[in-house]
Design a protein around this ligand. Sequence first.
Ligand SMILES: [Cu+2]
Length: 379
Amino acid sequence: MTLPGSRSFVRGGVVFMVIGLLAALAVVTACGDDDDDDDDDDEDETTVEAETEEATEEPPATEEATEEVTETPSATPEAEEGVIHVRAGLNDPEDITIAVLEYLPESITVAVDTTVRWELSSPEPHSVSFFPEGQQPPPPGDESVFGPTPPTGPFDGTAFVNSGLAPLGPEPVEFDVVFATPGTFSYLCVIHPLMTGTVTVVEDEAEADTQTDVDQRGDDELEQWLEDGRAAKADLVAQEPRSEANPDGTTTWYVEMGATTEHTDILAFAPVDAPVAVGDTVVFVNNSLAPHTATFANGNPIPPPVGPEVAMVVPGPSPQTLNTTDYFNTGLLPPNAPPGAGPPEAVRSFAFVVPEADQFVYLCILHVPSGMEGSITAE
Ligand SMILES: [Cu+2]
């Protein structure tokens, strides 16, 4: 390949593939975990021994262990003095392509001097970003706020504080902010504009949420968002692909790229379960509220989800004729945002002519860690 910057492209691709593999492993591990591991270092010997004895005396039955794997992960079960845990989004443990774009719960009330600890877990990254009053956040996707700006002391609402986009690998990331000043502070995710939360800080500890309150509300909200997301995924998958007959006898097929509900992104292409023939055209259309790519790697390295290669249109603008050896990338097809009033469909679309009977496999560079991939088989 003779892409500009192809050296970093290859290196990034290799790293990304490794990360992807680790992410897959991490998901499997995380689902089977009981969330105790993170706290082991902090526990005294007595607790560890007690737990070990318990584990030895009561080995979990196989059936129970299997159930645990499909259970929705909940926040750290053990309450810690002065620390409140909040989950920053998560992917549906039963269907990784459904990303919940909410803090769980959205709003919390804490006492002065509480540490709020956000847990950012893979694969869909998020941020916890506080902008001082009067400072507008940049538009979603602005890479200048992808890096972290940790707090330099207790938070009082006057400084910009940002976890940065995380995790960019498989390991969950924790982000702590100590709240020292009463008030209500809003925060958001720099890539998901609808993902917002508030922390209300009160003097009176009796008015503050306990960890149990926070977990319960988080679980209740999560259940609702998952229900919405799973319904939207079912709709996307069940859709008959839109098609048009062309004057020359070929057909143009349309592939929906993802879907969006108020609180979730569906990171999947609508399947093209249709008799695509040699000579037909397949048009990828983004009607969702997230940017996506349609990328045919054909064995070439896939660039990392953050960086200039994502937006690189290869080998050139729409339409292109596919083959099974070259790298094709639509670049970032913009979202239909604001909802239903985004750029014209032509701007959110990219057409490929299918020249031969074969299977053509594609993915979205941004969202392949969340399983966004598909294929077209032409006969
Ligand atoms: Cu995508």
